[in-house]
Design a protein around this ligand. Structure first.
Ligand code: FNR
Length: 185
């Protein structure tokens, strides 16, 4: 059966460049990989009381089970004020709890940050890295992926005409696929 990769996107925007990047990279993965977008916009803000008082939201339980079943995770995010968008941190936090039941632990992962600017979301990339390393996700270290000028990258069909970036994302997808395969079984 196919390897199940959860795709976590740090933006809920309909026309999100992060989402377009995630779809583009997903399309480059070998067909032995099932790239599954994870729904995170419906997750209530983390509050430990919900778990402690036996009032865990159903969406949290579904999400935690979805994450636990994954063979790997691809995170694609923009940068907000040189930091991580809260929606992606909330999702990471929810599946890291209750204490001792971190659903992310031991899975291979990759991070791609995007930005309309030139810095490619470096700040968000490394803050995500900090949290994700702590969660015991084994991150692909090279190549790093900071995608700048994202607002002019995609055509209406989600394609990329900039050959350098298209080539780079193919290299990234290949490296990520190889990385996930190292953890199989
Ligand atoms: C931004 N943006 C932004 N970009 C950046 O490179 N560094 C930053 O620190 C910020 N800060 C920031 C804060 C907030 C609150 C917003 C809404 C936006 C711009 C951001 O990269 C741009 O809106 C992207 O298009 C957002 O990603 P999606 O929604 O296209 O995936």
């Amino acid at each position: 059966s196919k390897l199940q990769i959860g795709v976590l996107v740090g933006s809920l925007r309909k026309e999100s460049f992060s989402k377009k990047t995630a779809l583009y990279v997903s399309s480059l993965m070998p067909d032995t990989f099932d790239m599954k977008p994870l729904e995170i916009g419906n997750l209530a803000m983390f509050n430990q009381d919900y778990d402690d008082e036996g009032k865990t939201p159903g969406e949290w339980t579904t999400f935690r089970e979805e994450v636990r079943a994954l063979d790997g995770v691809l995170l694609v995010s923009p940068e907000y004020n040189r930091s991580i968008p809260p929606v992606i941190k909330n999702a990471l936090d929810i599946a890291s709890r209750p204490y001792g039941k971190n659903a992310w632990s031991g899975k291979p992962g990759g991070i791609i940050s995007v930005s309309p600017g030139k810095l490619g979301g470096f700040g968000a990339n490394h803050q995500l890295r900090q949290a994700v390393v702590f969660l015991n996700i084994f991150l692909l270290q090279q190549p790093e992926a900071y995608i700048g000028d994202i607002a002019s990258l995609f055509d209406e069909k989600g394609g990329i005409s900039n050959q350098g970036t298209a080539d780079f994302l193919r290299i990234y997808a290949d490296a990520f696929a190889q990385w996930v395969l190292k953890f199989r079984g």
